[in-house]
Design a protein around this ligand. Structure first.
Ligand SMILES: [Ca+2]
Ligand SMILES: [Ca+2]
Length: 266
């Protein structure tokens, strides 16, 4: 699928020129490259008394390697349908793979764009941002699309992204209010870009490409306040994992693991 339909059917390319906001150092949670590229297999707080503090979305351990992850969905002809192999192609796919002693989710695109989703309240995702404002995950860049940058239409590729879609807004044409967290090839971590209702936040960048597994924690509620200047809705609509390389006509490959929600201090 070409990423022209980024948010098909409701998202269109911005009419207004995008602006590159101040490259602020995002407050509170920043990305934390694990010491010595470690952190693999380590998922602090997922067991025992921490279980309610951490809500696991997916660690990909229960899926069969070589297949798509069960329980995820795919946006097909404007509808969310169960993700099956029929939606994946050799040049655009998500696959559960083994990585040493653990299983991870590999996103791969070659001159294409690919995505999978979870709808809040269905299956794996039950997200109340009031109790769990923080989303955390690990990702490992294997191939970043060379020269890609999220602030230029003709180079707008992200080896990997996680979208949080909060609400549909607008009178005639409804568009999703969305934060897109990206692993950027060239823009530095901390960069924030606005495409109208779509806000792009760079959380990992090409300088970290050799770091191996990177742990990311984002206070999504705080990010929402930063980019929209208001309080977030309590329950986001969905999340989406993404990879694209169609503008640069190159290849992108990033592994994901341990996607989870973490409670706030309250
Ligand atoms: Ca795993
Ligand atoms: Ca693209």
């Amino acid at each position: 699928m070409r990423s022209e339909s980024h948010f098909s059917p409701v998202h269109h390319r911005p009419h207004a020129p995008l602006w590159l906001a101040v490259a602020v150092l995002l407050p509170f949670f920043a990305l934390v490259p694990p010491a010595g590229g470690q952190a693999a297999g380590q998922t602090p707080g997922e067991a025992g008394p921490e279980a309610t503090r951490v809500q696991l979305i997916d660690d990909f351990e229960a899926h069969t390697p070589g297949t798509v992850p069960g329980g995820w969905t795919y946006l097909h002809e404007k509808k969310m349908v169960p993700l099956t192999e029929e939606f994946m192609r050799p040049r655009e796919r998500f696959t559960v793979v083994e990585d040493g002693s653990r299983q991870v989710l590999r996103a791969y695109s070659h001159d294409e764009a690919v995505h999978i989703s979870l709808v809040n309240g269905e299956g794996r995702l039950d997200w109340d941002m009031e109790t769990h404002p923080v989303m955390a995950w690990e990702w490992n860049a294997r191939k970043l699309p060379p020269g890609a940058r999220e602030d230029q239409d003709q180079l707008n590729d992200s080896a990997a992204a996680i979208y949080v879609i909060f609400s549909m807004e607008g009178f005639i044409v409804k568009r999703p209010k969305t934060i897109k967290y990206v692993f950027s090839s060239t823009l530095p971590a901390g960069t924030v870009i606005s495409y109208g209702k779509l806000k792009v936040i760079v959380v990992s960048d090409g300088t970290m490409a050799d770091a191996g597994w990177i742990q990311v924690e984002r206070d999504v509620a705080e990010d929402y306040r930063m980019v929209y200047g208001e309080d977030p809705p309590r329950r986001p609509l969905s999340i989406r994992l993404w990879s694209d390389s169609d503008n640069t006509g190159s290849e992108a490959e990033v592994d994901f693991d341990n996607i989870r929600l973490i409670s706030g201090s309250r």
